[in-house]
Design a protein around this ligand. Structure first.
Ligand SMILES: Nc1ncnc2c1ncn2[C@@H]1O[C@H](COP(=O)(O)OS(=O)(=O)O)[C@@H](OP(=O)(O)O)[C@H]1O
Length: 295
C-alpha cells in the first residue's frame, strides 16, 4: 500500500504496519528467508544514526587498521544492506549470500521484522543509537537529497511525519525501544552516536573487544584518526560521492552533512521542542535508555 506520493519521487510500502521502501516490500519473501550464520556481525541502526561511521570503524578493525584495504570499495558496497533491493542489481540478500564468511552485514530493520534466522543463529548484533532530535534533522536533509525516498516536504511537515513514524523504517521510538529491550538476551553491543563523538577511542575499543580483536595502541590511534567526520567527509570511499546523482543529489545536501550533536537546536522551534519532549516522554515511558542531546 502506498503511504506517500510526492512529485516523481517513490512512495513507501509497508510490512506489518512499518513503512519501508516499496522495492524492499516487493522483495520481502527473499529477505525473510535470509539464512544468518553464527559468525555474522549485523550492524543495526535506525536511519541516520551513524551507520556509515560504525561501518568504517568495524572495517578498519577487521583489517587491523590497514587504511589501504578499506579503500577496496565504497562503503555502501563493503557490507551488504540486508533489505536493499533494486532489480536488476543483486539484492542485499544475494550479495550477502555470495560473500565469504565471516560476514559483516547491515540493516535498518526494526527488531520485530528481522529475518528469524538471525535469532536462531546466535550471531553478533552491533546497534548504534542516535538521539531522536538529531536523527530527525539528519533524516530531513537526507530525504531532500535522496531520490529513492519520498520528498520530505517542508520542515514543519516533516516534523509531523517523523513523530508519527510515517518515515521509511518506521518510528524512531519503537525502533530504539525494540532493540534496547533485546540487548541482554542476544550477543549485542549497544552504542550511542553521542558517546562515539565524545570519546571515540573508548567506544572503538569496545567494538574491538566485541569483535574479538586485539589491536595495539598505534592501530587504535590510526582508526580514531581515520574515522573523524572530516576524514570521512574527504574520503571518496566513505562520503558516498560514488553514488549517482539520480540516487543521492549531494548538491542539495551532502551525505556527510555536519556530523555533530545538537544540530536540532538550529531547526526546532521552541514550540516544536516542547511538543517533541512531551511525545518523547510518552513514547519512551518505562525504558531505562538515556540519550544525550548536546555535548
Ligand atoms: N565520522 C563521522 N563522525 C560523525 N558523524 C558522522 C560520521 N560519519 C557520518 N556521520 C553522520 O552520520 C549521519 C549519517 O548517518 P548514517 O550513516 O546512519 O546514514 S544512513 O542511514 O546510512 O543513510 C550524518 O549526520 P548529519 O551530518 O547530522 O546529517 C553524517 O554526517
Amino acid at each position: 500500500m502506498a503511504l506517500t506520493t510526492a512529485g516523481t519521487q517513490p512512495s513507501l510500502g509497508e510490512v506489518a504496519g512499518i513503512p519501508l521502501p516499496a522495492t524492499t516490500v516487493d522483495n520481502w519473501p527473499q529477505i525473510q528467508g535470509f539464512k544468518a550464520q553464527s559468525d555474522d556481525l549485523l550492524i543495526c541502526t535506525y536511519p541516520k544514526s551513524g551507520t556509515t561511521w560504525i561501518q568504517e570503524i568495524v572495517d578498519l578493525i577487521g583489517q587491523s587498521g590497514d587504511v589501504d584495504k578499506c579503500q577496496r570499495a565504497a562503503i555502501q558496497h563493503r557490507h551488504p544492506f540486508l533489505e536493499w533491493a533494486r532489480p536488476p542489481q543483486p539484492s542485499g540478500v544475494e550479495k550477502a549470500g555470495a560473500m565469504p564468511r565471516p560476514r559483516v552485514l547491515r540493516t535498518h530493520l526494526p527488531a520485530q521484522l528481522l529475518p528469524p534466522s538471525f535469532w536462531e543463529s546466535n550471531c553478533k548484533f552491533l546497534y548504534v543509537a542516535r538521539n531522536a532530535k538529531d536523527c530527525l534533522v539528519s533524516y530531513y536533509h537526507f530525504q531532500r537529497m535522496n531520490r529513492t525516498l519520498p520528498d520530505p516536504g517542508t520542515w514543519d511537515q516533516y516534523f509531523e511525519t517523523f513523530i508519527s513514524g510515517k518515515v521509511a523504517w518506521g518510528s524512531w521510538f519503537e525502533h530504539v525501544r525494540g532493540w534496547w529491550e533485546l540487548r541482554d538476551s542476544v550477543r549485542m553491543l549497544f552504542l550511542f552516536y553521542e558517546d562515539i563523538k565524545r570519546n571515540p577511542k573508548q567506544e572503538i575499543q569496545k567494538v574491538m573487544k566485541f569483535m574479538g580483536k586485539n589491536l595495539d595502541g598505534a592501530m587504535l590511534d590510526t582508526i580514531v584518526q581515520e574515522t573523524t567526520f572530516e576524514k570521512m567527509k574527504a574520503n571518496p570511499m566513505t562520503n558516498r560521492s560514488t553514488a549517482p546523482k539520480t540516487v543521492l543529489d549531494q548538491s542539495i545536501s551532502p551525505f556527510m552533512r555536519k556530523g555533530i550533536v545538537g544540530d536540532w537546536k538550529n531547526h526546532f522551534t521552541v514550540a516544536q521542542n516542547e511538543r517533541f519532549d512531551e511525545i518523547y516522554r510518552q513514547k519512551m515511558k518505562g525504558t531505562s535508555i538515556n540519550f544525550c542531546t548536546e555535548l
